[in-house]
Design a protein around this ligand. Structure first.
Ligand code: HEC
Ligand code: HEC
Length: 294
């Protein structure tokens, strides 16, 4: 492209505007200054930003930023809001702390508060494993139903939450199923027969190849001590009922055989070490309320 030629400004015959006098290859540039009103707004925004820098925190320094005359800062603003929230909650939290868990239901205002508090704590701490609504997943028990591994009374649930399951806490729930295959207690054929027999206790259809009579004997010798003669389970040991339709680790032949071969013995942290007693109380009430608490 050629350099512009510089001519004397002229009036463009088509638009009636003056030209700047610049011309490129026969194209002349019209001189159209910005409208006044636009320019004034532009200058005003520059002035506004200077004022803003002075009043609010603005310029980044090496480790912080300029503070601004007002001393306002988003972090202290959040701290203040949290403090206000805690103040407003304070009396309800005290009420919850000082009320017997079984009596919460008699106080409608406290009941609402406890359920909301419990739900929030559940979403934050428990939902990753038990699901947002407490519905559970494979290996993570459903807390909505009526079936309890370790008991569904307020005391049982509070104990389970406070001390957890199969962890280092001396008070944690404890009860280990042997790994019948991995530890060589039963042969693969025996495991298949006893697994199918166990499934039959739960009313599931079993393949014709399974020897249920042999399975029943193996069950009586190896399993009944924990799971009960008829598969009713034992909450002292956390041994699930195998009579019901609820299978924590799956009810297919493969799933049950895997359970008997390797055992599962899953664990849960002791929440009493992480949460304050009032939160544990709210969670206990919330979980009890979710499922048919006992
Ligand atoms: C890291 C995963 C994990 C988290 C997080 C977790 N749990 Fe659990 N929870 C488990 C497992 C696994 C079991 C079942 C253990 C077993 O098989 O006995 C369980 C069992 C339970 C039980 C016993 C259910 C029954 O049938 O007796 C309750 C109650 C419970 N959890 C409540 C909670 C609450 C309340 C929280 C949040 C404070 C929570 N859990 C957070 C993994 C978790
Ligand atoms: C010492 C007690 C004990 C003995 C003996 C025992 N179990 Fe278990 N069993 C448990 C416990 C505890 C669990 C739960 C483990 C968990 O939740 O992580 C369990 C879980 C299971 C499950 C999973 C149930 C589900 O809901 O998915 C099956 C199936 C099972 N056992 C079958 C057997 C069979 C078959 C035998 C005998 C060959 C046996 N168990 C022997 C304690 C025992």
């Amino acid at each position: 492209m050629a350099d512009p030629e510089h001519n004397e400004p002229q009036v463009d015959s088509v638009t009636g505007y003056k030209t700047t006098g610049h011309e490129w290859d026969g194209l002349t540039e019209l001189n159209q200054p910005l409208p006044r009103w636009w320019l004034w707004i532009f200058y005003a925004t520059i002035l506004w930003s200077i004022g803003y820098w002075i009043v609010y925190p603005a310029w980044p320094l090496v480790f912080s930023a300029t503070n601004g005359f007002l001393g306002w800062n988003s972090r202290t603003a959040v701290d203040q809001e949290i403090a206000e929230l805690q103040d407003s909650r304070g009396p309800m939290v005290d009420r919850l702390t000082n009320t017997e868990i079984a009596a919460i239901r008699d106080d409608p205002q406290l009941l609402d508060f406890t359920l909301a508090y419990g739900r929030a704590a559940f979403q934050e701490n428990c939902a990753p494993c038990h699901g947002a609504g407490g519905g559970g997943a494979k290996g993570y028990p459903n807390l909505i139903d009526d079936a309890w591994l370790w008991g569904g009374s307020f005391d049982d649930i509070a104990h389970t939450i406070t001390f957890g399951i199969r962890n280092d806490s001396p008070d944690s729930r404890f009860g280990d199923m042997p790994a019948f295959g991995r530890d060589g207690i039963l042969t693969p054929t025996e495991i298949r027969d006893v697994s199918e027999y166990t499934r039959s206790l739960g009313g599931l259809a079993v393949p014709a190849s399974a020897d249920l009579a042999a399975g029943a004997q193996i069950y009586a010798d190896n399993c009944a001590a924990c799971h009960g003669d008829a598969g009713e389970g034992d909450q002292e040991l956390g041994a699930p009922s195998v009579q019901d339709a609820i299978w924590l680790y799956g009810s297919d032949s493969e799933d049950v055989i895997a359970t008997v071969t390797n055992a599962r013995n899953s664990s849960m942290p002791a929440w009493g070490e992480r949460l304050d007693p009032t939160s544990v109380k709210a969670l206990t009430f919330y979980v009890h309320n979710l499922g048919g608490g006992e």
